[in-house]
Design a protein around this ligand. Structure first.
Ligand SMILES: Cc1cc2nc3c(=O)[nH]c(=O)nc-3n(C[C@H](O)[C@H](O)[C@H](O)COP(=O)(O)OP(=O)(O)OC[C@H]3O[C@@H](n4cnc5c(N)ncnc54)[C@H](O)[C@@H]3O)c2cc1C
Length: 365
């Protein structure tokens, strides 16, 4: 989100400085790794759909500007009981916005997707236009784009604090203090230590990802294996990605995770791993079964699972985006634009209104 904001600000001619506490491509936050899903029939809430349509156009523009492939149109398999949040929400968004969702019969699903043990009561849909963002390349493209427009990007520099002063916002960093006209904060799971009071709304959640090794080319991106998202009757939500760069089939659980008091805290992966192994055995017996790699990641959970994008209650010259709750990456270019709008003009598109703090009814001093 910070890289996307720096890109949007620098593109508009603002003198932009980005400070990141770790290496720019670190794996301690929420944005690392090779892949993230992009989908538009958005089960979380239909109001995200207009933002996703803009984001799709922005990702394509970034690809064109840099001559890089950042998005693979792989399609996305979504499945679960008809009343599951995933299926009912995706169908609602697709109905409301006329989005194409290919609904499969059980027979069609067993033929097209034989690796899964589809329960008879499942609804199985395919969003053919959905796909996979190459996350590592996308982050690099946003950073390169910001730099190409004159932004100063400083990795390894921690922000220690900020103070509104009459002529701007005084920013204290490990590299010294300086006053800026505007401050954009995108602290991820570190919201509590960076945002002050509103940051207290965001809880870090430890997540784990796993890879199951396979030499079977069937499961590769190149062979057209589609990512999948499955919400089971017990409410547990699992997802998977095709093999990329020979790295095994990536699988994870969207539900669950260990609540942390600080983002640096660790949490054991063994129970999560056992849950994934059970999912593979019971629901996806045809997929590779042997987990050979794991990696930790962080969700920054807002109280209702929706993003928080707004001016800071302490000073409107400070704007922030936080609480992406495990589903923000796909929106990055338009989040960057909204933050640039808010910082430079004090307002942004009405489509972002549902993501403002006011919805939570929280009162800040
Ligand atoms: C396992 C997993 C799977 C996901 N799958 C998807 C998916 O399929 N599709 C999707 O759209 N989204 C997905 N997401 C969510 C998505 O990746 C995140 O919403 C997004 O990356 C959040 O970006 P961010 O910039 O807010 O957070 P981060 O990338 O964590 O950035 C916050 C940055 O702030 C820095 N920072 C914090 N405090 C300071 C300080 N004091 N000084 C300087 N720097 C500081 C941190 O070091 C960090 O780099 C997934 C997330 C995870 C963890």
């Amino acid at each position: 989100m910070g890289a996307a904001a720096a890109y949007a600000l620098a593109e508009r001619g603002a003198q932009t400085h980005l400070f990141e506490q770790f290496d720019l491509h670190h794996a301690k936050g929420s944005s690392h790794g090779a892949s993230r899903l992009f989908r538009t029939a958005y089960f979380e809430h239909p109001d995200y759909v207009p933002l996703l349509k803009r984001a799709a156009a922005r990702w394509r523009a970034l690809e064109a500007a840099q001559g890089k492939t950042l998005f693979h149109r792989t399609g996305l398999v979504e499945a679960g009981p008809p009343d599951s949040a995933l299926i009912s929400g995706a169908l609602k968004a697709s109905d409301q916005y006329g989005l194409a969702l290919n609904r499969l019969t059980a027979g069609q699903a067993r033929a097209r997707l034989p690796w899964f043990a589809w329960p008879d009561d499942y609804e199985i849909v395919i969003e053919e236009d959905a796909g996979m963002i190459r996350a590592d390349r996308a982050l690099a493209a946003l950073i390169d784009g910001a730099r190409a427009n004159g932004a100063v990007i400083a990795g390894g520099v921690r922000v220690l604090g900020w103070t509104p002063v009459p002529d701007g916002i005084e920013l204290a960093t490990e590299a010294g203090a300086r006053t800026f006209d505007r401050l954009v904060l995108t602290p991820g799971a570190w919201a509590a230590s960076v945002l002050g009071e509103p940051g207290g709304l965001v809880r870090p959640l430890r997540k784990h990802l796993f890879w199951a090794a396979t030499d079977d080319k069937t499961f590769t991106l190149e062979s057209g294996f589609s990512p999948f998202a499955i919400e089971r009757g017990d409410g547990r939500f699992f997802y998977g990605f095709p093999v990329v760069d020979g790295d095994g089939l990536k699988i994870g659980e969207h539900t669950g995770g260990a609540a942390l008091s600080t983002p640096e805290e660790d949490a054991p992966a063994d129970k999560v791993r056992a849950g994934l192994e059970q999912f593979l055995r019971e629901t996806a017996p045809g997929l590779p079964q042997t987990i050979t790699k794991e990696q930790a990641c962080l969700y920054a959970m807002s109280p209702d699972g929706h993003f928080l994008i707004d001016a800071h209650p302490a000073d409107a010259r400070v704007v922030f985006a936080a609480g992406f709750s495990g589903h923000g990456f796909k929106f990055a270019p338009v989040i960057g634009e909204a933050l640039a709008d808010l910082a430079l003009t004090g307002e942004t598109l009405r489509e972002f209104d549902f993501l403002k703090l006011a919805r939570l009814g929280a009162v800040f001093d």
